[in-house]
Design a protein around this ligand. Sequence first.
Ligand code: NAD
Length: 392
Amino acid sequence: MIMALNRKLKMGMVGGGPGAFIGEVHRKAAVMDGQIELTAGAFDINPRKSKQMGRQLFLNPKRVYRNYHEMIERELKLAKDERIDFVSVTTPNNWHFPIARDFLKAGFNVMCEKPMTFTVKEARQLRKIVKNSRKVFALMHNYTGYPMVKLARDIVGNGEIGRIRKVIVQYPQGWLSSALEKTGQQQAAWRTDPKQSGASGCIGDIGTHAENLAEYITALKMTHICADLTTFVKGRKLEDDGNCLIRYNNGAKGVLHSSQVSIGEENGLAIWIYGDRKGLEWHQENPNYLYVKEPDGPVQTWCRGNDYVAEKSPAAGRATRLPSGHPEAFFEAMANVYHNFADTIRARMTRKKPDKLALDFPTVDDGLRGMLFIDTFLTSAKSKQKWTKMKK
Ligand code: NAD
């Protein structure tokens, strides 16, 4: 029977308790297009704070749970049309895998924060679970949601810049340039703790965004990495700076650097791509503009919101809400990932084929690439021979 679905999708959330960072961004971004409503949650590792968050959000107290196990158990007892349609996992990294796995196995669609898992082994396991589940799984690499990133991807894809020779991508921050974790600052505390963050600090936290952005725009795959890692802040257990050279599968060369001790830098994610005909440049902190460079001529500035952008890239057009000159940024980019994710879930639930443009969101395969990237980076940094092949 083909179900009609004349209602908003019901969202559940794990993580995003009082004082949390990204859970709040998810809650705002997910509802931006009026297709999703927050219905349930296990918001905090502390059950009392989870309840507090539920009250702050005016949720039905019966749908606010003490932990995610209780959430799965009780949601499954509700009628199919009442229970959540998907869950968003916005906890620190150590929880992503068990939570995503258990919700998928219970029959829920999942939106998961990055890095997808703690280990490559878990990432492979999760990929199998997703493929067998026939549920929709998305990974929140929100930078792929920017319209000008989609435009860049489509300009590369239609061959305009020619054969790619070089990719430079960076993600510098400065907020961990002193031992902020020792002050009890929540986000710094878990990010510098291997038990919650994983084997990597800076590279897992933000280097993976740079890796994902480069592979998303270019459609190239990294094959080898030559890396150098440093922990500059005394007593810190994980690296706070990482730099590497990259070889791509088409012979292109790359440089990726990411740092949390680059004083004065905020979220300086940026990318430069050089083909044999043209170059491209994009900056996350000025995301409404894409620069296109030609050998003999001035730099072109492509501005989000114009018809010429949507004509060149329907994906960028679809990801645009405001006319040019009214800036769109972080919330909107995340909302674009949710938009495509939600449309794909809706199509699945009503047994329709999703719009091709709706399938444009990061998947479990991207999550595995991210974990392989971290693993190769760490192996290379520790090794003597340096150049290390990235597994598939
Ligand atoms: P945070 O410390 O601000 O928030 C984490 C929240 O998760 C807290 O409320 C905590 O109590 C809760 N939590 C922990 N374990 C839980 C559990 N088992 N059940 C329920 N709640 C639990 O952390 P953050 O900065 O928001 O980061 C969270 C995740 O989001 C991380 O994986 C991080 O890598 C990712 N992140 C992604 C982006 C992005 O741009 N995509 C940005 C920031 C963080």
